[in-house]
Design a protein around this ligand. Structure first.
Ligand code: PEP
Ligand code: MG
Length: 764
């Protein structure tokens, strides 16, 4: 590294020099070498920056501060960033580096050249990451002092809060990231913009050119919605153009910096480029793409008849057509499909379809209102919004084009995005549910189901094909007569068969049958009722729960007169605790199960309710063994309805449970001390309370680690939102009410696909 010069001219640079000159510098050098019209420039190399850190003695202090930083702590991030930047700005540039920079600058032009000073970050595996917009650029710089100051500010900008955050999240070690600075003749462009040499989403040979008046910063920063031209490289024709209303332009101001100028009514709607200019740009783009072998994202400028290429870098996010694009036919079909009301259109900047709740963010401070899965709607995103952008399911902006911040970051995050809608923040309302199609650039009213590749033409004639989900979607059954209807949902089994309803339907308590020597009648009733359900689900698991009726529910039945009067039956003599103390009652149930197993119903599983300690499970199983059940082969599991059983789930697993199922109806009431039947506290009955979720998550993870099936059969299992969360957290099956099965299956399928897509994108 030591031998590398402090300054390199574009003509001396090759793409291998990326470590010294950064992605931007290497690319400009390479483009110069292949004869593209690149404005004159030299690069202050990464080695100059490292010498600066070492020779000024700030290197160790700087990296130590960064090492100790937790980037998720916003306050700390801001303060360390400020400190480190101050450190870089406070010391003087060593004289020998200064002299070389000033000398190179003098060689650019006799009377001082106006230059753009651009950061060019370097990292060993730079092509994997996009550092776009992370570091500073200074335009319209004139004179030695201004130049040296701009170079030093570029160096400091390597430690801007967003740059530090971004690198940390992308896994870059700060010590291995350097910065070079490109000093380039400023092109006083009359028009400028960006182009993608191939379509940035589909990869088709369509060059997308975006252009606006004045300097290109207006397009790159997203502060204007640019004209959009599509040039088909096959037919060599402009095949689409969208002339935007360009409200402003950015121009150099005096001797330093830039200013924003309002455009006249005529300029606003006038096309920026002629077809000939688009074609010329596309051809230059093609030269770059052919040379690099991959599609490029290029900044261009035009002054009079001169076209300049200002920078070129690979598009990192082209999605290869892994899902064969059904092409024109499918697109045509979809147009005929009523997908719902189109609220808004813009540019599809990042593919994917997502529905959610609109949250309009007018200021970065408002991003705390953005929750997981929301749709972020804003004029234009900025780097401070990135943490919120990670949480949302889609992004919509008023401004910007395919290369604006929102577009680039969304593509890297794999979040659907539509940019440049002009009026999303005015038209959409907070809380409104919308669907974003990030490929087509369309926003629909409500949650629109994504069209599937094969449009179901024969929907009227046949039931839709069942959606196959990796997470089993089972159904809850209480009454045997509902078994057929439950099975017709196509559910993957029964996750909860509550036999107390069967018993309560008998109008006599189990105790009555025992007392009156009618045990056989009771067993037969149970046998028949359960068998009806098993018959409706051949080959699919059916989990039958042992009796769980609180004493107050038995009291009105024949034989219920002697039921104890309990102060709080919910916390009383019910579930497995009662069966263990009433072996006569438990044995009748077990007898019914035994006969069903003997009859060949090996899909029958038995689930114990209200367990709060593994010893209850161990005892229940021992009693079953004593009554002749082969407990080694029987599928025996427990409900997780009491926090103690969630906390002790590992001990239950060690005790031999084959599955666990969340009874959230009770788990919520016992975790929050909120009586599930008391309307005075009903509004505090909170299924998504963090404590409840934490218990559930812990139990899921523990079951997963031990390969034990983990399910849910409480009402929360019929809530798509909760189920989405459960799938995300790795639950193995869910069991919902009959009516909820279609929407739960859809929620499961949607989440699973999202997980697969995310994984595919991560590995892409
Ligand atoms: C539960 O507690 O969530 C459950 C399924 O059992 P029940 O509603 O019968 O108490
Ligand atoms: Mg319960």
């Amino acid at each position: 590294m030591k031998e590398m010069p402090n300054v390199l001219w574009l003509e001396e640079i090759k793409k291998e020099d990326i470590i010294s000159v950064g992605g931007k510098g290497a690319s400009l050098g390479e483009m110069t070498a292949i004869g593209l019209p690149v404005p004159k420039a030299f690069v202050v190399t990464a080695q100059a920056f490292r010498k600066f850190l070492v020779e000024t003695g700030i290197e160790d202090t700087l990296f130590r501060r960064l090492e100790r930083l937790d980037v998720d702590d916003n306050g700390a991030l801001e303060s360390v960033s400020r400190d480190v930047q101050d450190l870089v700005l406070a010391v003087g540039i060593p004289d020998h580096i200064k002299a070389e920079v000033v000398d190179a600058y003098a060689r650019m032009g006799a009377n001082g050249t106006v230059v753009a000073v651009r950061s060019s970050a370097t990292a060993e595996d730079l092509p994997e990451a996009s550092f776009a917009g992370q570091q500073e650029t200074f335009l319209n710089i004139l004179g030695d002092d201004a130049l040296l100051d701009a170079v030093q500010r570029c160096w400091a900008s390597l430690y801007g809060a967003r740059a530090i955050y971004y690198r940390a999240k992308q896994g870059f070690d700060d010590r291995s990231v350097n910065i070079a600075v490109v000093v380039q003749e400023l092109i006083r462009s009359e028009k400028s913009g960006v182009m993608f040499t191939s379509h940035p989403v589909t990869g088709e040979p369509l060059t997308i050119v975006e252009g606006s008046w004045g300097l290109g910063e207006a397009v790159v920063s997203g502060s204007v919605s640019p004209d959009n031209y599509v040039f088909d490289l096959r037919s060599e024709r402009v095949v689409d153009r969208l002339i935007a209303e360009k409200e402003i332009m950015i121009v150099p101001e005096g001797k330093h910096g830039t200013k924003i100028v309002e455009l006249s009514a005529k300029e606003r709607t006038a096309p920026v480029l002629t077809d000939a200019e688009v074609a010329r740009l596309a051809m230059l783009g093609k030269i770059a793409e052919d040379h690099y072998g991959i599609p490029q994202d290029i900044e261009w400028a035009i002054v009079g008849d001169d076209v300049f290429i200002l920078q070129s870098r690979p598009i990192t996010t082209i999605r290869r057509p892994e899902i064969p694009r059904a092409g024109a036919e499918a697109a045509g079909q979809q147009k005929n499909t009523p997908l719902g009301v189109v609220l808004l259109e813009g540019q599809g900047a990042s593919p994917g379809i997502a529905s959610g709740r609109v949250v309009i963010v007018r200021d970065v401070k408002e991003t705390s209102a953005v929750k997981d899965g929301d749709i972020l709607v804003t004029k234009m995103t900025n780097p401070d919004m990135v943490p919120a952008m990670r949480r949302v399911s889609a992004i919509i902006t008023d401004e910007g084009g395919m290369t604006c911040h929102a577009a680039i970051v969304s593509r890297e995050l794999g979040t659907p995005a539509v940019v440049g809608t002009k009026k999303a923040t005015k038209i959409l309302n907070d809380g409104q549910i919308v669907t974003v199609d990030g490929e087509k650039g369309t926003i629909y009213e409500g949650a629109v189901e994504a069209p599937t590749a094969a449009a179901p033409a024969a929907v009227t004639a046949a039931a839709p094909a069942p959606v196959i989900t990796g997470t089993l979607v089972k159904v809850n059954v209480s009454l045997p007569e509902a078994a057929q209807r439950a099975a017709a949902t196509g559910a993957d089994g029964v996750g909860l068969l509550r036999i107390e309803h069967l018993i309560l339907g008998l109008s006599k308590t189990p105790g009555w049958y025992i007392e009156h020597d009618e045990e056989e009648t009771f067993i037969a009733e149970l046998y028949t009722g359960i068998k009806t359900v098993l018959d409706a689900f051949p080959g699919k698991p059916v989990w039958v729960r042992t009796l769980d009726a609180p004493t107050d529910e038995f009291r009105n039945m024949e034989g219920g007169e002697d039921e104890p009067l309990e102060h709080n039956p919910m916390l009383g003599w019910r579930g497995i605790r009662r069966d263990l103390q009433s072996p006569g009652q438990f044995r009748l149930q077990v007898e019914a199960f035994k006969r069903l197993w003997a009859a060949g119903y090996d899909n029958l599983g038995v689930m114990f309710p209200m367990v709060n300690h593994p010893r209850e499970f161990i005892k229940a199983r021992a009693m079953m063994a004593e009554w002749g059940v082969d407990v080694e082969t029987a599928t025996l599991g427990v409900m997780i309805e009491i926090p103690s059983s969630a906390i002790l789930v590992e001990d239950f697993i060690k005790a031999g449970i084959r599955f666990a199922s969340f009874g959230t109806n009770d788990l919520i009431q016992y975790t929050l001390a909120i009586d599930r039947n008391n309307e005075n506290v009903a509004d505090m009955y909170e299924p998504e309370h963090p404590a409840v979720l934490r218990l559930i998550d812990y139990a899921i993870q523990t079951c997963r680690a031990h390969g034990v099936e983990c399910s849910i059969c409480g009402q929360a299992g019929s809530d798509p939102k909760m189920v989405t969360w459960l799938v995300e957290h790795g639950i193995s099956s869910v069991s919902a009410n009959i009516d909820a099965i279609p929407r739960i299956r859809e929620a499961v399928a949607r989440k699973e696909r999202q997980i697969l897509l995310d994984a595919a994108r991560r590995n892409a």
